[in-house]
Design a protein around this ligand. Structure first.
Ligand SMILES: [Mn+2]
Length: 324
């Protein structure tokens, strides 16, 4: 990928130390005019956390995840992985950071309209949007923008089902994005991975999700039956959208989140499932929700969030290289 970017240097190019320069995602080039966007992958932040019902702070998710992503910013010619003995995201792949979507506090409708419009613009420019939240409510306006797709399959990582109908009349809170998705004509099958916790959702919500045909995988199944079992349950589809609520991970490695629940996934389990999705079909969009830097310990949650985004970018581009 192109790394022509700040910081100032009289050398041929910058060394790109993580502590130097402005922390765009991976210190990638930035583009604030979406009409001019030229990228394979477009990162954009949605700093909205007005839906949070336990610990607030996800509005700082885009900043925290970007900062942590700079641990990986050294790459001049892509990222080499010694485990796979492969280099990811080398030329000509282009990652661009588009900055943040504007949020107007106390008015979620206008903030969500901004979000939907931004994702539509990114898609119209032929780039794959990677959105950093924000609480999980952001997935509803993001998915609305994907209505040029048919039967888009959703892969959700989460502790919670997020399938409430309209609790107390609230339709677009962070407990409902998968329910809202199920009501959209262009959304196909839904897979929900990492479900757990007494009281994390109502019995009726699970009944409704099962009636909708959702594939529900508990965190216990991931641990006991293994990643290969989970992969075997991924629905067949041409196109996949991945929504990653960071509370799908175990709080021992990711406590920087609004509603943590014990006994979650480990990083390597989530990463392996994302890799399998990348080779099963096209990953056409991704969001990383519920990362709350004020509740984080030593940036660990931010680091895992950034790493999982880099993983998804790496796997989906590698799959495209191999399918050529
Ligand atoms: Mn969620």
């Amino acid at each position: 990928m192109t790394m022509k970017n700040y910081p100032f240097t009289i050398e041929k190019e910058s060394m790109r130390n993580p502590f130097v320069g402005i922390p765009s995602f991976l210190m990638a080039p930035m583009c604030f005019d979406l009409d001019e966007l030229d990228a394979d992958i477009a990162v954009i932040g949605m700093p909205y956390d007005m839906g949070t019902s336990v610990k607030t702070g996800a509005r700082f998710g885009p900043r925290g995840v970007r900062e942590a992503s700079t641990y990986n910013c050294y790459a001049h010619e892509g990222w080499y992985d010694p485990v796979r003995d492969e280099t990811f995201l080398g030329e000509p792949w282009k990652i661009v950071d588009c900055g943040n979507i504007d949020v107007l506090h106390t008015t979620y409708e206008r903030s969500f309209k901004n979000c939907e419009a931004a994702i539509r613009k990114i898609l119209s420019r032929g780039a794959i949007p990677f959105t950093i939240g924000g609480d999980h409510a952001i997935t509803t306006p993001i998915l609305r923008a994907f209505d040029s797709y048919k039967d888009l399959c959703i892969i959700q990582f989460d502790a919670h089902l997020d399938f409430t109908y309209k609790p107390f009349g609230i339709a677009e809170g962070p407990g409902s994005p998968m329910r809202r998705a199920s009501e959209m004509a262009h959304i196909g099958k839904i897979m929900q991975i990492g479900m757990r916790g007494i009281g994390s959702s109502q019995y009726s919500d699970f009944q409704d999700a099962r009636a909708n045909g959702n594939t529900i995988i508990t965190s216990k199944e991931v641990r006991q039956k293994g990643v290969d079992y989970v992969i075997s349950k991924i629905p067949e589809a041409e196109n996949y959208y991945i929504t990653f609520d960071i509370d799908g991970l175990d709080p021992s490695i990711a406590n920087g989140t609004g509603s943590p629940v014990p006994f979650g996934l480990y990083y390597e389990e989530a990463s392996a499932i994302i890799e399998a999705v990348a080779y099963k079909g096209n990953i056409v969009g991704f969001d990383m929700a519920e990362v709350s830097p004020p509740n984080d310990t030593n940036d660990m949650t931010c680091m895992y969030a950034a790493q999982l985004m880099l993983d998804a970018m790496s796997f989906l581009t590698k799959a495209k290289e191999k399918n050529k």
